[in-house]
Design a protein around this ligand. Structure first.
Ligand code: NAD
Ligand code: TYD
Length: 350
């Protein structure tokens, strides 16, 4: 019997990780700690909320006292740390929130693990989930490896880079058994519709403009979220403390090509004439500090731990679009209230 803390389990990736662990490991007690910000939604976990090996705790990582108390009470064997402020555009409008949650929140967790585990670190693991955005921006050639030097450009990636450095510093200085993985852009069900794919699915459905930043020439490497959750499972169980693992889909898309593909698929699914949704494409002012290209070399994870993506992108995109079209209530629920205000602030002045 192990007790595992998963932070940010009510968010997009976290909910997939919680679901996988609760279903796959009935012997583990899974504790999901989440503040339930705008991005956290317990409806993402409805199917497993009644399971005996699952518990939800509402709490803010920035509250160091609360975190320590929780560690004292639960005596966690392992931690999978996903909670974060995660949206680049929000980090440009409000960087400070990113420092509180992503940096201070992570340090609070590290302190609690260090103090509670002390010398009793056998079989313990602090697993920190990070992003490829810490490596900065690529030109048209090359890929990020685990050795690529950090060069973050947005307040989001700067805060994630800082938290990664703290995790490695606690490993090197205090001997905390810790590791980091850096993943490329995820897509799939339960992603908040502020990120490109769910935002554009929602806008196409509602015949709203599709705000493409700059010329749409930026490139992202897309990975299906359930493949990321599988990678997290593999790394948590077989990864080596002190190591870093890159996770990616080997699936690069220029934004404008991806958006055109989404328009075609949505035209078909919505019974619209081909070309209808593409007319919604609207080029708007570029994002400040917009990284040109991300591409991940996940060869180490594939060779050493045997993980690889399971889905072709076209299939994953179809599944994702089907999910959003079939889950209108979920979408309506998360886009009510504050979402409208965010959308207006973000897009009306561009
Ligand atoms: P998300 O924004 O969907 O979810 C974040 C979750 O963290 C939410 O449930 C939110 O309520 C919770 N949270 C935020 N602040 C908190 C606080 N102070 N205390 C406790 N809980 C708090 O994010 P996501 O897209 O699921 O990303 C999860 C992790 O994976 C993040 O660390 C992110 O940096 C990383 N990541 C994301 C992607 C991606 O494409 N989404 C890619 C690589 C890495
Ligand atoms: P996003 O989903 O925000 O992920 P990230 O910035 O973390 O990679 O954006 C993916 C790409 O899509 C990125 O190059 C910015 C671009 N984008 C738009 O062109 N318009 C939009 O409205 C959004 C949200 C993103």
């Amino acid at each position: 019997m192990k007790t595992i803390l998963i932070t940010g389990g009510a968010g997009f990736i976290g909910s997939h990780v919680v679901r996988l662990f609760v279903n796959k490991y009935p012997d583990y007690q899974i504790v999901n700690l989440d503040k339930l910000t705008y991005a956290g939604n317990l409806a993402n976990l409805k199917d497993i909320e009644g399971k005996p090996n699952y518990e939800f705790v509402k709490g803010d990582l920035v509250d160091g006292g609360l975190i320590l108390k929780l560690f004292e009470e639960k005596q966690f064997d392992g931690i999978i740390h996903l909670a974060a402020e995660s949206h680049v555009d929000r980090s440009i409008s409000n960087p400070t929130e990113f420092v509180f949650t992503n940096v201070i929140g992570t340090v609070n967790l590290l302190n609690a693990a260090k103090n509670i585990w002390k010398d009793n670190i056998e079989d313990k693991l602090f697993y920190h989930i990070s992003t490829d955005e810490v490596y900065g921006s690529l030109g048209l050639e090359g890929m990020f490896t685990e050795e690529t030097a950090y060069d973050p450009h947005s307040p989001y990636s700067a805060s994630k880079a800082s938290s990664d450095h703290f995790v490695r510093a606690y490993h090197d200085t205090f001997g905390l058994p810790a590791l980091v993985s850096n993943c490329s852009n995820n897509y799939g069900s339960f992603q908040f519709p502020e990120k490109l794919i769910p935002l554009f699915i929602n806008n196409i459905k509602n015949n709203k403009p599709l705000p493409v930043y700059g010329k749409g020439e930026n490139v992202r490497d897309w990975l299906w979220v359930e493949d990321h959750a599988r990678a997290i499972d593999v790394i948590f169980h077989r990864g080596i403390a002190g190591e870093t693992y890159n996770v990616g889909g080997h699936n690069e898309w220029k934004n404008i090509d991806l958006i055109r593909l989404m328009c075609q698929v949505m035209d078909r699914k919505l019974g619209r004439e081909t070309g209808t949704s593409e007319k919604l494409i609207t080029f708007v002012k570029d994002r400040a500090g917009h990284d040109l290209r991300y591409a991940i070399d996940s060869g180490k994870l594939q060779k050493e731990l045997g993980w690889e993506p399971s889905l072709q992108f076209e299939e994953g995109l179809e599944k994702t679009i089907d999910w959003y079209l079939a889950n209108e209530d979920w979408l309506a629920n998360v886009t009510s209230g504050d979402y409208q205000k965010y959308y207006e602030e973000q897009y009306t002045k561009r």
